[in-house]
Design a protein around this ligand. Structure first.
Ligand code: ARG
Length: 459
């Protein structure tokens, strides 16, 4: 049979494969609450403008509430033949209230309808992500507070570089997540304009009030150009781009947890709740959640590239290609939410092996830079010469299989006679980190200042 929504022009219904490729109800049913909210705002506005009678508007309002409760109770007859959430809701409304249902779509198109629904959904998702990011920041902050003084090796090239503090390392992620939150907040602000009333693309000849529907739906204002309103998916691209960058941060932290929890490092132990065993190797305690976060991030990056690719060739205004926006965003949003929750759980439950951190910090010539700096400061050497002298001493220590503080004063003076006993002061890892007092540096004083600033912000 031909379609109830546009059957007038058609003699026969679609091929079964046509129906399969065309339908979006299997996934866009997730927009039901936003769709009903948008329709309620639209109907109320139509009545206020005298385009609908108040009794029709009231019948529509009550009918939509019934549809909402049917969907929420799980006894709504979703139909693939009805293609998408918009037509499923409208058809059910028709079955419930009859003729007035047919008046709801006055001065509206599915093009502005779907753009409105989806913006509302992505806007809600931004709020959820912002909450989740803050939760992870709090967990990191708690770790940073506990370990503001614990020294650990800082790495470059994953080679021991200079000692840093555990608190400093944790706070680096707090900063990264703050930028992520900033991107989501910024995207949310920009997307908070209403496409509703753009109709198919050109606007409408009915005397609608787009400012009223914008306000009813919590938008700051209506979008200024009806062609742009139905064509735009920047809000989805911005959400995905923000998610992709946040995902990269989570993936890097996951990678560190995998490395740190390995037998060779043992910097941290994941709790039982956040580890898995092996069915064959009894000793195993695997960081599966960290590995899965690291891997699932691929989905978010994939979704981001996919939607960019969908959008890049589309002429204005609406093209059906844009129906492919939703699965990408839904999957990325679900993945990010799960990854943030899992990371928050792991970090909150993490046991840090302070002794291991400190022992590792003291090995690998991590205070070589402190020695070179001492030669500049106390012996007046140019930095390049100090670098050379220190390099010779590192080679000497390496050859003997010891670390820098294990060399004797005589050893040191054999390379440069200006070295005095005082040098041993800077070769200790605690002195090393304490000396890094520059703003944002690793000294506990600086790290505590960072923590205090964030405690204030996240209060
Ligand atoms: N299901 C469609 C989508 O998600 C709704 C808009 C359809 N509009 C149209 N003119 N066919 O994009």
């Amino acid at each position: 049979s031909s379609n109830a929504m546009w059957g007038g022009r058609f003699a026969s219904g679609p091929d079964a494969i046509m129906e399969a490729i065309n339908a979006s109800i299997s996934f866009d049913k997730r927009l039901y609450a936003q769709d009903i909210r948008g329709s309620r705002a639209h109907a109320a506005m139509l009545a206020a403008q005298g385009i609908l009678t108040h009794s029709d508007a009231e019948a529509i309002r009550e009918g939509l509430l019934t549809v909402l409760s049917e969907i929420e109770k799980g006894d709504f007859p979703f139909s693939t033949a009805l293609e998408d959430i918009h037509m499923n809701v409208e058809a059910r409304l028709k079955a419930l209230i009859g003729e007035p249902a047919g008046r709801l779509h006055t001065a509206r198109s599915r093009n502005d309808q779907v753009a409105t629904d989806f913006r509302l959904w992505v806007r809600d998702q931004c709020d959820l992500v912002l909450k989740a990011i803050e939760g992870l920041q709090r967990a990191l902050l708690t770790q940073a507070e506990a370990g503001a003084e614990w020294v650990m090796p800082g790495f470059t090239h994953l080679q021991t570089a200079q000692p840093v503090t555990w608190g400093h390392h944790m706070m680096a992620y707090v900063e990264m997540l703050a930028r992520d939150a900033g991107r989501f907040a910024d995207a949310r602000r920009r997307m908070n304009e209403s496409p509703l009333g753009a109709a198919a693309l050109a606007g409408t000849s009915f005397p609608i009030d787009r400012f009223a529907t914008a306000e009813a739906l919590g938008f700051d204002r209506p979008m200024a150009n009806s062609l742009d309103a139905v064509s735009d998916r920047d809000f989805a691209l911005e959400f995905l781009s923000s998610a992709a960058i946040c995902a990269v941060h989570l993936s890097r932290l996951s990678e560190e947890l995998v490395i740190w929890s390995s037998a060779q490092f043992r910097f941290v132990a994941l709790s039982d709740k956040w580890s898995t065993g092996s069915s064959i190797m009894p000793q195993k305690r695997n960081p599966d959640a960290a590995e899965l976060i690291r891997a699932k991030i691929a989905r978010i990056l994939g979704s981001t590239v996919a939607l960019f690719t969908v959008m890049k060739g589309l002429p204005l205004a609406y093209s059906k290609d844009m129906q492919e926006d939703k699965e990408q965003v839904f999957d990325a949003a679900d993945t990010l939410e799960l990854a943030l929750a899992a990371m928050t759980g792991m970090i909150s439950d993490l046991t840090v092996n302070r002794d291991k951190l400190e022992a590792a910090a003291a090995s690998g010539f991590s205070t070589a830079t402190d020695l070179a700096d001492w030669l500049v400061r106390e012996a007046g050497l140019p930095f390049r010469d100090a670098h050379y002298v220190t390099g010779v001493l590192v080679a000497m220590a390496e050859k003997r299989g010891v670390d820098l503080p294990d060399l004797t004063l005589a050893d040191m003076q054999s390379v440069n006679p200006a070295i005095t006993e005082d040098v041993f002061r800077v070769l200790g890892v605690h002195n090393s980190v304490a000396s890094r007092q520059s703003y944002g540096g690793t000294s506990p004083v600086q790290v505590r200042a960072q923590i205090a600033r964030w405690r204030e912000i996240l209060r």
